[in-house]
Design a protein around this ligand. Structure first.
Ligand SMILES: [Zn+2]
Length: 424
């Protein structure tokens, strides 16, 4: 008691929030929106800025399970322009990671000019944003989020117990020794889940240059691969790593782990969205960001593990990660050009307050399309093959069973015949 009281006094003096580590934290309604409330607020924001933001709701169903996802598009001027760089960001893929959707809402507020990020010049920012189309999914897993709000603060899966970030087809279904279905249930087949189906369709139709899947639970900046403990080879990999190191230094206070998901986090993850985006959709730069985690929290105290529980830290996380995204936006054209030209980024990193863009070069649409199509074809072929192998195995087992059954029946009949002929 005395120790905790002293700690409270010290931390208050230092400006950090006091902390009661003994109680299990619950969702603070003064800090966090409800899932429905946040979606409603996003819709109202879009309604106030039709010249910058549009939205659509995509729906999908598998048998009796239904899901829908709100997708917001930022496109200043609203013109269809194939030369613009495309960025796709997803938040709230895991139900318990509420803070990620709060970042999405704040980021949308910045994009439409309702919220000004301290230190960022709005004119420079607008100039940078003119070259981009940004699609934001503020809450990928609304059904799972509702379970969390109903009291299951540790739930990360969707509304029927499947982890949407294990339901994609790259290395789907492989289970590590410490596999825990409560955490990582991959579903009955790749893309069995409506949420993953919607995101897959969105990724193929939008074909982003940058993908970021935003999570919480730790502080990390991951690039592919999640299912291997290595990073890909080549120029795109170098550009990705350089971007992550830059973000770590400027926006994560050098605290973030940087590297491949599989190589850095201590376990391999199979069937993830980011590996699919990189391997199949051929997104040149694909990431998973882990934006906050309290590693000292008890594993029963899930809300505290995955979300800031005081206003100071909550606002700090929103500020740091919105700044990181603005930095990504400002640097997208020259990074993608570097990858296309095959020579990386030699002009150095740029911050939004001092935005300077190189002359855009056209994205190789046709080449990318061919790559996407062949990747998708291979992916589907793999799935088909898996189905046929399963079917073949089941048919063989049934044939063997019937064969054995007939053999034993035949034997019994001949025994009976023998018995009746010998009179026993
Ligand atoms: Zn997560």
């Amino acid at each position: 008691m005395l120790i905790s009281l002293s700690l409270q006094v010290i931390s208050t003096v230092n400006g950090s929030p006091p902390r009661n580590s003994s109680a299990i934290a619950s969702i603070d309604p003064h800090l966090y929106h409800t899932g429905d409330g946040l979606i409603q607020e996003v819709k109202e924001l879009v309604g106030r800025h039709p010249e910058r933001l549009t939205m659509e709701t995509w729906k999908s169903r598998n048998k009796s399970y239904f899901a829908e996802i709100l997708i917001v598009t930022f496109n200043h001027g609203g013109h269809e322009n194939p030369d613009k760089y495309r960025i796709l960001l997803s938040f709230g893929q895991h139900g318990r990671e509420l803070i990620t959707s709060e970042v999405a809402l704040r980021l949308l507020g910045i994009l439409c000019g309702e919220y000004v990020l301290p230190g960022v010049d709005p004119t420079s920012l607008n100039h940078a944003l003119e070259k981009l189309v940004i699609k934001i999914v503020p809450m990928e897993n609304l059904n799972g989020r509702k379970l969390v709000e109903a009291g299951d603060l540790c739930e990360r899966r969707n509304g029927r117990g499947v982890d949407i970030n294990r339901n994609w087809s790259v290395d789907w279904g492989k289970k590590e020794k410490d596999y825990d279905p409560y955490e990582e249930n991959p579903g009955s087949a790749p893309f069995s889940e409506p949420e993953a189906q919607i995101m897959r369709k969105l990724s193929h139709s939008f074909r982003p240059h940058i993908w970021a899947n935003v999570h919480s639970g730790m502080e990390a900046l991951f690039m592919p691969y999640d299912h291997l403990n290595t990073t890909p080879k080549g120029i795109a990999s170098q550009v990705m790593r350089s971007m992550l190191q830059h973000l770590n230094h400027l926006h994560c206070h050098d605290k973030c782990m940087v590297g491949s998901g599989g190589g850095s986090v201590g376990y391999l993850a199979h069937g993830t969205a980011t590996d699919y985006m990189y391997d199949i959709v051929k997104v040149p730069m694909a990431f998973t960001f882990e934006i906050y985690g309290d590693l000292d929290a008890s594993n029963k105290d899930c809300f505290r593990m995955f979300n800031p529980i005081d206003a100071f830290t909550y606002n700090q996380v929103l500020h740091d990660w919105c700044s990181a995204f603005i930095s990504i936006f400002a640097n997208t054209p020259h990074r993608i050009q570097g990858i296309i030209a095959g020579k990386g980024t030699k002009t150095g990193e740029m911050e939004p307050r001092n935005v300077h863009m190189d002359q855009d070069s056209k994205w190789e649409d046709r080449k990318a399309l061919v790559l996407v199509d062949s990747g998708e074809w291979l992916d589907l072929a793999r799935q088909e093959l898996r189905t046929y192998v399963k079917f073949f195995a089941i048919s063989s087992a049934l044939l063997i069973f019937f064969f054995c059954f007939r053999m034993s029946k035949g034997k019994a009949e001949s025994q009976l015949r023998k018995m009746s002929t010998t009179g026993i």
